[in-house]
Design a protein around this ligand. Sequence first.
Ligand code: 1GP
Length: 252
Amino acid sequence: MKQAIYQSMVTKKQKGHKSFAVLIDPDKVNNILLDELTSLAVQANVDYLFVGGSLVISNHLDECIQQIKKNCDIPVILFPGSSAQISRYADALLYLSLISGRNPELLIGQHVISAPFVKQSGLEIISTGYMVIDGGAPTTVSYISNALPIPADKNEIAMCTAMAGEMLGMKLIYMDAGSGAKRSITEPMIEKVAKCLESPLVIGGGITDAEKAYRNCRAGADIIVVGNAIEKNASMIKEMSDAIHSVAVSIL
Ligand code: 1GP
């Protein structure tokens, strides 16, 4: 099994380096915008490009990833909302199990159906305990998943869920307030979860400025994911990336 990208995440965590992942929703980009985003991402030393979304309507996922690959070597990691969102042109796949919910389809059902196809894809598979946290308003992920998010102030529930996911063998824990969340995940919750984990911790949803990204990293996030804020203003890539990458220096 391929492990290179996951290994890079673990190594960065061990060294105290924080990472920045830009989320690209294939429904919201054309080739011109993709070229602009990838060029800004290269200049800003973005660590990963996540591609996907809870609901992807268009069917140009392959083309979108090929276009990204023409312009840069940043690892492209699929962040799929369903088993239909798999492309062999990507480098890795977050193999998400929605461990915060109690919808068996998203815990294991879709995985069973897609397993042979996923295995044949040749992608690096990164098993990921995916936790949706209440972001203050229904988001696409909270609606589509048909599962209750973890309440925003229930830090202990988040901690126990993440611990269970890690002990079940999930290699990454991804806590997401949902794309465009009104409220991002609180720092006390991130801190509580980070303290009990050895696996890299991914935080996303509603992060709209560099200061918040920085504070989330200080609280224990290893990888920060930003989509919406960058769709609105692509020049934020540099500011956010600099803030996230400055954390290791100030901690060590
Ligand atoms: C959503 O975590 C990602 O799944 C990113 O959220 O689009 O709000 O940055 P935003």
